[in-house]
Design a protein around this ligand. Sequence first.
Ligand SMILES: O=c1ccn([C@H]2C[C@H](O)[C@@H](COP(=O)(O)OP(=O)(O)OP(=O)(O)O)O2)c(=O)[nH]1
Length: 144
Amino acid sequence: MKVKVINHSKHPLPEYQTPLSAGMDLRANLEESIPLEPLERKLVNTGLFLELVPGFEAQIRPRSGLAFKHGLTVLNSPGTIDADYRGEIKVLLVNLSNETFLINDGERIAQMIIAKHERIEWETSSILSETERGSGGYGSTGKE
Ligand SMILES: O=c1ccn([C@H]2C[C@H](O)[C@@H](COP(=O)(O)OP(=O)(O)OP(=O)(O)O)O2)c(=O)[nH]1
């Protein structure tokens, strides 16, 4: 599938890292490095603008390496990019470590997944079908 994109960043377009990768890494597009203090959150520019095909969304998710090594994650994960959004794709990063993290220009800060989604119509009802689970949840089926 082709997706129309405007790249106003200084960096190449995001690419899949391996032939079967689901996500494409997004790079920070910055004039200068940004420090992210412990528990601080910042909206980081990517310089990318998309025109998604209707029925598809883009999801902005954390990179596990950054999360594991530096406690950096995407606060609103998964961020939702709607098909009718024409603004710049931004990444809401939060530093959950106790050390300042310096975000450098061109750094791969998050990953983006393009996913199909449904749009539904509500069918209002007073009763739902019976199932074995019923309203059990939150560990109701046992320890493991
Ligand atoms: O991580 C994100 C999340 C959202 N957006 C952009 C694209 C999305 O289509 C738009 C609105 O996002 P969302 O629906 O999550 O925002 P909201 O808080 O519900 O505000 P709005 O009233 O603008 O929908 O903001 C981003 O660039 N990055």
